[in-house]
Design a protein around this ligand. Structure first.
Ligand code: PHB
Length: 391
C-alpha cells in the first residue's frame, strides 16, 4: 500500500544542515518533512566538526534559537605552532560576537530535541529508496520506503542536505552541474580520543608533518595528523598515534589515552554549481566540500541554510520567489571565499612544516604568511574576520 501526503518543503538528510533548516522553517510556520536514512541514535552519536563561528552564533541569535541550541566555551584563540614553538592568535571583532566550541554532535542533539521533542517537527528516520521527483509536469515530490511501506510526499520545494554521496545531487541530470575540485595530495588521520584539551586549541606545523589538537566537549579531543593518501587507519596503532602526537607537538609530557575513533580523510575542496535545479536546492556538503583545516565545513552549511530558510519563508508565506531563484548566485561567492580561506589554511599549515612536502621555498613563504598574522594588524584583522565567518 502506498500513501501520498502534502507539505511545503521536503528536506533530505538530518545532519546539522537539514535539522537547522527544518528548525528555522518550523519556527517560521512553514510545513516541512525531513527524511533521514539512519536512525536517531546513529546521528545522535556521530562526531564531526567542533566550531560554530561567530557568524553562525549570530544567525542562531537572529532566529531566536541560540540559547536552546548552542553550548560550549567561546572560541577566541588558536595556538599556531611551528616545531613546538607557539604563538596564540586572538580572534577578535568589533561587534562583540564570538564563535563557540560547540561540537556538531552537541548542535545536532540540541536540534533534535528542539525540533522533534519541543516543536513537534516531522523527522522520519530509517528511510530507504529515496527518489526525488523534480521533472517537468507533475508536482515536485519525494518517494521513499519506511518500515516496508512506500510513501510519497508531494511538495513545493526539495532541499538536499544529504552530503556528498547523497541521492539529491545524484538526481540532477548530467550536464547541468559544473564541478570544480582540488586535491591537496595528502590526508589526515582524524583521531577522537578520550581526554580533554587543556589550554588553547593548537594548529601545529612540524618537520614531521602537521598536527592539530582541538577540543570536542569536556571529555574529548580531536587530533589530526597529516598522513599519506594511501594510509589506512590500521597502519596507525595507538602507540604510533601518541608517539607521533608527542613528536609533532614537541611535547613529551602528553600521555596516551583511549582512542575512540580513527579515520583517514583525504584533503580536498569541491564546489558543484549551480546549487539549485528546478525545485531542488543543495545545501552544505551536498554542494561543496572543504578540507577541515579552517573549521568551515559546518559553518558553510549553516550559511547556506540561513539564506535558503529566508528565501523559502518568503516564497511559501509571501509568494515572493526572487530570493529562492537567486539562491545559488547569493551563496556561491561566500562558498568560494571560504574555499579560498580553507585552502589558505591548509597550504599554510602544511607547507610551513615538512619541507619534503613542497620544498624549502614554500616552507619559508608559508612561515612568512603565519608571521604576518602576528606582525601586521591588517592581516590579523582579515584572518580574524575569516575565522569568525564575517569576511
Ligand atoms: C576543529 O575543531 O575541527 C577546528 C577548529 C579550529 C580550526 C580548525 C578545526 O582552525
Amino acid at each position: 500500500m502506498s500513501s501520498t501526503e502534502e507539505t511545503s518543503v521536503v528536506i533530505v538528510g538530518a545532519g546539522a544542515a537539514g535539522l537547522t533548516l527544518a528548525t528555522f522553517l518550523q519556527t517560521a510556520g512553514v510545513a516541512c518533512v525531513v527524511l533521514e536514512r539512519r536512525d536517531r541514535a546513529f546521528i545522535e552519536v556521530r562526531q564531526r566538526a567542533g566550531v560554530v563561528d561567530a557568524r553562525g552564533v549570530r544567525m542562531f541569535e537572529r532566529w531566536g534559537l541560540a540559547d536552546q541550541l548552542l553550548a560550549g566555551p567561546v572560541a577566541q584563540t588558536i595556538d599556531y605552532r611551528i616545531n613546538g614553538v607557539g604563538r596564540v592568535f586572538e580572534i577578535t571583532g568589533d561587534d562583540g560576537s564570538e564563535g563557540r566550541f560547540c561540537t556538531q554532535q552537541m548542535l545536532v542533539n540540541n536540534l533534535l530535541r528542539e525540533l522533534i521533542d519541543t516543536r513537534e517537527g516531522d523527522v522520519r528516520f530509517g528511510v530507504t529508496d529515496v527518489m526525488i521527483g523534480n521533472e517537468d509536469g507533475p508536482r515536485p515530490h519525494v518517494r521513499y520506503v519506511q518500515d516496508g511501506q512506500a510513501n510519497t510526499v508531494a511538495c513545493d520545494h526539495i532541499v538536499g542536505c544529504d552530503a556528498d554521496r547523497g541521492v539529491s545531487r545524484a538526481s540532477i541530470p548530467p550536464g547541468i552541474l559544473t564541478t570544480i575540485s582540488h586535491e591537496f595530495g595528502y590526508a589526515w588521520l582524524a583521531v577522537l580520543v578520550e581526554t580533554p584539551v587543556v589550554g588553547h586549541p593548537i594548529m601545529g606545523a612540524s618537520d614531521h608533518g602537521f598536527v592539530a589538537q582541538l577540543p570536542r566537549g569536556p571529555q574529548r579531543s580531536r587530533y589530526y595528523l597529516q598522513c599519506a593518501l594511501s594510509d589506512e587507519p590500521g597502519d596507525w596503532s595507538n602507540e604510533r598515534i601518541w608517539n607521533e602526537i608527542r613528536l609533532r607537538l614537541h611535547n613529551d609530557t602528553i600521555t596516551n589515552a583511549a582512542v575512540l575513533d580513527k579515520e583517514v580523510v583525504p584533503l580536498r575542496s569541491v564546489v558543484h554549481s549551480p546549487m539549485q535545479y528546478r525545485n531542488l536546492y543543495l545545501a552544505g556538503d551536498a554542494a561543496h566540500l572543504v578540507p577541515p583545516t579552517g573549521a568551515k565545513g559546518m559553518n558553510m552549511a549553516l550559511y547556506d541554510v540561513d539564506v535558503l530558510a529566508t528565501a523559502l519563508v518568503s516564497a511559501v508565506r509571501d509568494a515572493e520567489t526572487s530570493a529562492l531563484e537567486s539562491y545559488s548566485d547569493t551563496v556561491l561567492p561566500h562558498t568560494w571565499r571560504y574555499q579560498e580561506f580553507s585552502a589558505w589554511m591548509t597550504d599554510t599549515m602544511h607547507d610551513s612544516g615538512d619541507p619534503a612536502l613542497h620544498g624549502d621555498f614554500r616552507q619559508m613563504a608559508a612561515r612568512a604568511r603565519l608571521d604576518e598574522l602576528f606582525d601586521s594588524p591588517a592581516a590579523a584583522r582579515l584572518h580574524s574576520d575569516y575565522q569568525r565567518g564575517v569576511a
